[in-house]
Design a protein around this ligand. Structure first.
Ligand code: AMP
Length: 362
């Protein structure tokens, strides 16, 4: 059985690694000849994700298609779905590709979000700032990731600069949330509607890029986990979703505000490879294949550290305790995710201490 993956980045690579024990084969589609998953699977290179000729070649003989990249054009996913089953459903791409559509979708499901307003002119930006307050974040509606395509407005004098940088693109203004912390929920839904949720993860970003995840998120009352799962369930069911879905929240005064979702496996779930009974990658594959889901229970406590821009000496990392090094075989470049390290321990404080020491070394 060959599974097709749209997108050949590290997520595709880790999906393939999780799928080999299940006897699966993989074929990945990317626009980049050196896509990291290309070392693990047959790679079909298209001129773009809209390249119908290459997509048709990619789809030939596949049992099903999934994605590891949420900016796959919805039309391309629908084109493929006409000949091969595609999971998660293309509607999930549609709901998550545009920040305005996404926040509106959360609102329709009664899931709280930061206040937001569409911006399509300098006048509408001023009007939105008037309504939401000056401390705000202006973001491109589409194709932003890892903090790209967004600027914080702290005072009136920032407005023109933000406008000069981002004008010409469809924008959204959001109120800046002085959150207590950021958490994410990784959920999974099978083809038969069975759902499972991993414990909430606490995430630290720097310059918009995830640096560290702690799982399970410390100091999480059962009611907060239950609230997150309830929101997750609404999204999964509204989309008749199949696969792993990640939702990122801001936690403020015990409340969760949804910031965004990703219809795929997620960086804040990498800890599950060693830190949970079943990894997010295996559970995604089980879900899309129509197999029973695996347990999402944590195995003790885990901290995941992203390797951004440079890669440390492997030996130095591996002697630092119960550490697991994952390198994505990518060319180093500033700001690029090149790998991650997961530390695991039965003791929460011990794993944090080890992670802090390792972070200093990095
Ligand atoms: P995003 O691309 O929306 O995930 O934003 C990247 C990061 O920027 C988030 O993880 C937050 O750390 C920060 N951020 C984004 N939007 C807001 C907001 N409305 N209020 C406060 N921080 C934000």
């Amino acid at each position: 059985m060959t599974v097709g993956i749209l997108g050949g980045g590290q997520l595709g690579r880790m999906l393939a690694l999780a799928g080999y024990p299940l006897g699966l084969r993989f074929r990945v589609f990317d626009t980049y000849v050196e896509a990291p998953a290309g070392e693990m699977a047959e790679l079909v290179v298209g001129k773009s994700f809209d390249d119908r000729e290459a997509l048709a070649r990619f789809a030939a003989g596949l049992s099903l298609i999934t994605y590891e990249f949420e900016n796959v054009p919805v039309d391309a996913a629908r084109f493929l779905a006409a000949s091969v089953p595609v999971f998660p459903p293309p509607e999930a791409l549609e709901a998550s590709q545009d920040r305005l559509t996404e926040k509106t979708f959360f609102r329709e499901l009664d899931i709280p979000t930061p206040k937001f307003s569409a911006v399509d002119s300098r006048e509408s930006l001023d009007a939105a700032l008037e309504t939401l307050g000056t401390l705000a974040v202006v973001k491109t509606r589409r194709l932003g990731y890892d903090g790209k395509g967004q600027l914080i407005i702290q005072q009136a004098t920032d407005v023109q600069a933000a406008w000069n940088t981002l004008q010409g693109q469809a924008l959204i203004l959001e109120s800046f949330v002085p959150f207590d912390r950021e958490v994410s929920l990784l959920s999974v839904r099978g083809r038969d509607g069975e759902t499972a949720f991993y414990p909430l993860v606490e995430n630290y970003h720097h310059s918009g890029i995830l640096r560290r995840s702690i799982a399970p998120a410390p100091a999480t009352p059962p009611a907060l986990q239950a609230q997150a799962e309830e929101y997750g369930k609404r999204v999964l069911e509204a989309l008749d979703y199949v696969g792993v879905l990640a939702i990122e929240f801001f936690q403020q005064d015990g409340r969760l505000l949804a910031n965004e979702m990703a219809p795929r496996v997620h960086n804040s779930g990498h800890w599950t490879i060693e830190g949970a009974e079943t990894s997010q990658f295996e559970n995604h594959l089980r879900a899309v294949l129509g197999l029973p889901l695996g347990s999402t229970a944590p195995r003790g406590h885990a901290v995941m550290l992203n390797l951004i821009g440079t890669v440390p000496e492997s030996a130095a990392v591996l002697k630092a305790g119960d550490t697991h090094l994952h390198l994505y075989a990518k060319e180093p470049r500033p700001g690029r995710k090149l790998g991650h390290i997961t530390l695991r321990d039965d003791d929460r404080d011990a794993v944090q201490t080890q992670a802090n020491a390792l972070e200093k070394l990095l």
